[in-house]
Design a binder for this molecule. Structure first.
Ligand SMILES: Nc1nc2c(ncn2[C@@H]2O[C@H](COP(=O)(O)OP(=O)(O)OP(=O)(O)O)[C@@H](O)[C@H]2O)c(=O)[nH]1
Ligand SMILES: [Mg+2]
Length: 431
C-alpha cells in the first residue's frame, strides 16, 4: 500500500541529457514530471543536473567530465539516489552508479517502483511483479558479469547443477517466477472475463471508460458521476486497478463507468502488457472519455501520449469524447473550444459541469437506440428483470399467455433479449 511517509526521505537529484532534437520546453516539462514521480515515491528532490550533448554516452550516459561533476555534487549534497529522465541500458546504469558512488534509477525503474507500491489487488501485484522481474533480469546479468569468475566458485544451495554460475541460476529463477506469475494471471484473467460476460448480460451494454494521462482527474470524475468512493490523490498513478460503477442517479439504459490506470510518456515496455490487460475491460466500452488536464501547460503532449498508448493497446477505433478538465485551475477555455469543437471543457469541481458531462454520456447511448416489441411468456418471467435493466419499457399489455412489451434499447441488447426469448420472443401479431 501507500508508504509515502518514510521516516527519513531519500535525497534525490533529477538528471538528464538534453539532445539537440529536444526543445527546452519539452525538456523542462519532462524533468518536472520526473520530479513529481520522485515526490510520489516520497523522495526529497535536492536539485537537478543536466547536460546538453549530441547523444547519450554509450558507457555511462553522461560524458566523462560531467560524471566527475555529478560525483562531487552527490558528495556535497549528501545525495542518496540519482534519477535519470530516460531509460538507460543496464551497463550505463551500472557504470554510472559505480562512478558517482550512489544508487542510479532510470525513469522506467521509478515508474515501476510507484506501480509496485500502489498495486493493491492480487492481479495488479502480479502484473507489476512480472514487469519488474523483466526489468531486473538484464541488470542482474550486468552485476554478475562484473562479479566475474569468482562468482562461479561460490557454493550454492539447492538446484544448481555443475557449471552453472550464480547469475545463470538467478536468471533461471526469474524465468520460472515469471512463468508462474503468468499462469496465475491467466487464471485470474479468465475468471474476470467470465464475470464480465455475466455482468454485461445482467447489466447491459452501455459502457464508458475514463482514460487519460495520470493525474488528469479521472477518479475525481468517477466519483462525481457515480457517487463512488474511489481514491483521488494528487500524486501520479494513484489508480492502478479498474473500478466499475453505474452512473448515478441511474439512467436508461443503465450506463456503467470504469475508472482506469493513468498513462505517462515513456511507459516502461514491461508495463505496456500489464496496461493492456488492466484496460481490457475498459476497451470493451462503447465510449472512451479521454480526460485531459487543461490547466497543465503540456496538455497537448499528454493528449498525444494517451492517444499513442491507446493505439498500441488496440483501442484506436473506440469512439471517444475528449474532456478538458480542471479549467477552474487554468487553461484557455475559448481557445480549447475553438480548436476542439467536439470536446467538453469543464471542471470536475463544478456540479453544473458534471451534470453536462452526464447528459453528453446519456445522449451518446440514446443516440442509436431502437424500438422493438417483445413477447414475454409467463414461463419466461425470469428474463423480466433483464428487460427492465437493459431497456426502457414504453408500454406493457398482458394476455393469458404472457406480456407484450414495447421497449427501447441498444440494438445489441434487444438482439440478445430476442435470442434468449427464443421463438416465443418473436413478435406475435396482436390479437
Ligand atoms: N482544481 C481542480 N482540481 C482537480 C479537478 N479534477 C481533479 N482535480 C485534482 O487533481 C488531482 C488528481 O485527481 P485524480 O482524480 O486522482 O486523477 P486521476 O486522473 O485519477 O490520476 P491517476 O489515478 O493518478 O491516474 C487531485 O488532487 C484532484 O483533487 C478539477 O476539475 N479542478
Ligand atoms: Mg485515478
Amino acid at each position: 500500500m501507500m508508504q509515502d511517509i518514510d521516516p527519513k526521505p531519500k535525497r534525490a537529484i533529477v538528471a538528464a541529457v538534453q539532445r539537440p532534437s529536444v526543445s527546452d520546453v519539452e525538456f523542462e516539462a519532462s524533468l518536472t514530471e520526473l520530479r513529481q514521480l520522485a515526490k510520489t515515491l516520497g523522495f526529497e528532490v535536492a536539485g537537478r543536473f543536466t547536460q546538453k550533448r549530441a547523444g547519450f554516452d554509450a558507457a555511462a550516459y553522461f560524458g566523462t567530465g560531467k560524471r566527475e561533476e555529478l560525483r562531487l555534487l552527490r558528495e556535497q549534497d549528501a545525495v542518496d539516489v540519482i534519477l535519470i529522465d530516460h531509460e538507460i541500458s543496464p551497463s550505463q546504469q551500472f557504470n554510472l552508479a559505480k562512478e558517482v558512488g550512489c544508487e542510479v534509477m532510470d525513469r522506467s525503474m521509478v515508474i515501476l517502483e510507484i506501480f509496485h507500491r500502489h498495486a493493491a489487488s492480487r492481479y495488479a501485484r502480479a502484473q507489476v511483479e512480472i514487469a519488474r522481474l523483466g526489468y531486473m533480469a538484464p541488470r542482474m546479468r550486468e552485476a554478475a558479469k562484473e562479479a566475474g569468475p569468482k562468482d562461479r566458485g561460490r557454493s550454492g544451495t539447492g538446484g544448481r547443477s555443475g557449471g552453472e554460475s550464480h547469475g545463470e541460476l538467478d536468471r533461471r529463477k526469474i524465468r520460472d517466477r515469471i512463468a508462474e506469475l503468468q499462469k496465475e494471471l491467466d487464471g485470474m484473467g479468465l475468471e474476470q472475463k467470465t464475470q464480465r460476460t455475466r455482468r454485461r448480460e445482467r447489466e447491459g451494454l452501455a459502457r464508458v471508460a475514463l482514460v487519460g494521462y495520470t493525474n488528469a482527474g479521472k477518479s475525481t470524475l468517477m466519483r462525481a458521476l457515480t457517487g463512488s468512493e474511489v481514491l483521488v490523490a494528487n500524486k501520479l498513478f494513484a489508480t492502478l486497478d479498474t473500478t466499475v460503477r453505474a452512473l448515478h442517479p441511474e439512467t436508461v439504459p443503465r450506463v456503467l463507468v470504469s475508472d482506469t490506470v493513468g498513462f505517462i510518456k515513456n511507459l516502461p515496455h514491461g508495463l505496456v502488457a500489464s496496461f493492456k490487460s488492466t484496460l481490457d475491460e475498459a476497451l470493451e466500452a462503447s465510449l472512451l472519455l479521454h480526460v485531459v488536464d487543461a490547466s497543465d501547460a503540456g496538455f497537448e503532449r499528454q493528449l498525444a501520449v494517451t492517444e499513442e498508448v491507446l493505439g498500441e493497446i488496440g483501442a484506436k477505433d473506440v469512439p471517444r469524447l475528449v474532456v478538458f478538465n480542471k479549467i477552474d485551475r487554468g487553461g484557455d477555455e475559448w481557445a480549447l473550444r475553438a480548436k476542439y469543437p467536439d470536446s467538453i471543457v469543464m471542471s470536475a469541481k463544478r456540479e453544473g459541469d458534471v451534470a453536462k458531462l452526464r447528459e453528453a454520456i446519456v445522449a451518446f447511448f440514446q443516440r442509436d437506440l431502437v424500438e422493438a416489441e417483445l413477447f414475454l411468456p409467463w414461463s419466461a418471467q425470469k428474463l423480466r428483470g433483464q428487460i427492465f435493466a437493459t431497456c426502457t419499457v414504453l408500454e406493457e399489455r398482458a394476455d393469458a399467455e404472457g406480456a407484450f412489451l414495447r421497449v427501447r434499447g441498444e440494438p445489441e441488447a434487444v438482439a440478445r433479449l430476442r435470442e434468449q426469448l427464443g421463438e416465443a420472443g418473436t413478435i406475435r401479431a396482436r390479437s
